[in-house]
Ligand binder design. Sequence first.
Ligand code: CP
Length: 311
Amino acid sequence: MNNFTSVSDVDNIPGLIQQVLEIKKTSASTSFGKSKTLGLVFFNPSLRTRLSTEKAAKNLGMDVIVMNIDADAWNIEFADGAVMDGNTQEHITDAVRVISGYCDLLGVRTFAGLEDQQEDYQEQVLNKFVSHSSVPVISLESATRHPLQSLADMATIAESSIKTPKVVLSWAPHPKKLPQAVANSFLEWIVHIDAEITLAHPEGYELSPIFTKGVTINHNQEKAFVGADFVYAKNWSSFTHYGQTPPVQDNWTITEEKMNHTNKGRFMHCLPIRRNVVATDEVIDHSLVYNQAKNREYAAQAVLQNLLEAL
Ligand code: CP
């Protein structure tokens, strides 16, 4: 593995998921990463990604440096060829070249702008990191994907040992417009494991066909839940009418009553979650969400270890 920006960077996906679970089982802390530095750059807020990746690096004996770009850095210019006589003081090209010079691995979190579909789906910020970094790049979530979350989610499902589990990825309400990254990434990863996936969403919330090819889609949430072993909830804004949030008539909040249609299905969500909007307190309090969050540490550790081995 030379970078970790999507499932496509992984040669052996089931092997990586097993490695995550092995690290969890053995609580493997090593000095494998001693004298190596992980840089973490955040363009957006984060709780889980920041802490789990930092913890994972420390489990490997690495040093960690973190920068919150919005709070701590000069104003960054992203446009190639820009005449920088305005409010931006540092070009992304220079920032990435300098930051990567201090690190052996570099993680970056970016977020979709949700204004320009092409700009977001071309992953302009992440790709600038990949292009200009002198060290391997790890996506800590990008405009269209969240691979560390997806790896932890796959490990969480694999832990259940259910053969060919029925998994429903369900849209759920949210007061703000959100990117499609977690949902895209979940679909991109789950087709590589032994699972039966159904995507449930209201009309108007279709995801990019790049991610839904071959996936069963159901516009009736309760019917989609019948017999499910896992229900993964996430909100996303429209891909087609990019970043918009068309009105939804039915109530898509996930309740205990709806979960009763499942096969004692376990509720999953990447967090943070808007309680009693996305899902009710009862559903969240009897869910796998904290296990998922804990598995983020082991997922990050497996990825860091693989990237260090390839240096
Ligand atoms: N799930 C997730 O990525 O959480 P944070 O945004 O808090 O990192």
